[in-house]
Design a binder for this molecule. Sequence first.
Ligand SMILES: Nc1ncnc2c1ncn2[C@@H]1O[C@H](COP(=O)(O)OP(=O)(O)OP(=O)(O)O)[C@@H](O)[C@H]1O
Ligand code: SF4
Ligand SMILES: [Mg+2]
Length: 338
Amino acid sequence: MAQGISKTTEDKKQEFLTPLLHLQNLKIAFETEQGFKTVMNNAEVKIFPQQRVGFLGESGSGKSVSALSILKLLPHPSAQVSGRFFWRGEDMESLATNDFRQLFRWKKIAFVFQEMGAALNPVMTIGQQFDEILTPEQKKNKEVENLLQECGFADPKSVLTAYPHTLSGGMQQRILLALALVHNPELIITDEPTSALDSSLQQRMMQLIENRVAKNKMAWLVISHDLGLVGKYCDFIYVFYAGKIVEEAPAQELLFHPHHPYSLGLLKSDVTLYTEKKQHLYSIPFPTEKKQPLPGCVFADRCSYSQKICFTLSPQYNSIGSNRKCACHFPILESLAK
Ligand SMILES: Nc1ncnc2c1ncn2[C@@H]1O[C@H](COP(=O)(O)OP(=O)(O)OP(=O)(O)O)[C@@H](O)[C@H]1O
Ligand code: SF4
Ligand SMILES: [Mg+2]
């Protein structure tokens, strides 16, 4: 009996030690007139059960394409994707795309897209789109009406009879959020989930997602260029820059002690976080247009810490301590928490 109990405890421990999702050596390239252009290189991401993970980085850094690749949603054959995908330790490579989507999409992983237009079916009413996925139990309990109300719709019944094109971008975004939440997935991915909303609705929606994530013990991947938002809601952050992950760290450590000069720049240019610490705001120099990738560090032309070697040799993505990594020849080692 005692053995049985300890095995269960051991199993549970193991469940939390094995990533829910593990992306290995992710590489994404898109076809262009000049051949395939790599937009994501050698990324490795782990998301553990119930963990809240942030993808942070400026526009075009590769956050969305990395997330879309998880659900095999990148256009084929113009996007070339390679790498391995593990779910609870199991390699998913052998699953055909359709079987994969059938098994994963919505049920295990739900995704709230950045581009709303493509996400809702234009020829079906919102009610019909919910009907396709609801269980009889959920229909009986009027779960959708309640959820739509939580998502800020005062009259959910009229929304259910509407077609997507009659709704604003902000309304479509909230409907997609409700569609994602109604599944109680194991992982919810929200890509700039509140970008089309005003700031009070933004906060309300983030709070709603946070409550649901906690209540239903989901993992949550938050994609945003907003450091304040990622810092507020995430336990762990991956920093993206120009198609590479340049730093990863527990959120609090990254906020108070960034090792990569780009992460430091993001932090110093964040109005809410940095002025709270009563320090001067800063801006990261604008990127220079590159016709083709230069050798060396991807951040070299904008980095105030760069030295000669940075322009010729690309830094390794090295571990620092037990749970952090950083791609920099000269990582910043002093703490900002003074
Ligand atoms: N369908 C596509 N075809 C060709 N290139 C693409 C396509 N989708 C994305 N890209 C390119 O891939 C790179 C990464 O794009 P991605 O959308 O992941 O950026 P992001 O980090 O999500 O930026 P943002 O914060 O603006 O959403 C960009 O250079 C983008 O132009
Ligand atoms: S490797 Fe050099 S250029 Fe790149 S971030 Fe580090 S110091 Fe800056
Ligand atoms: Mg994006």
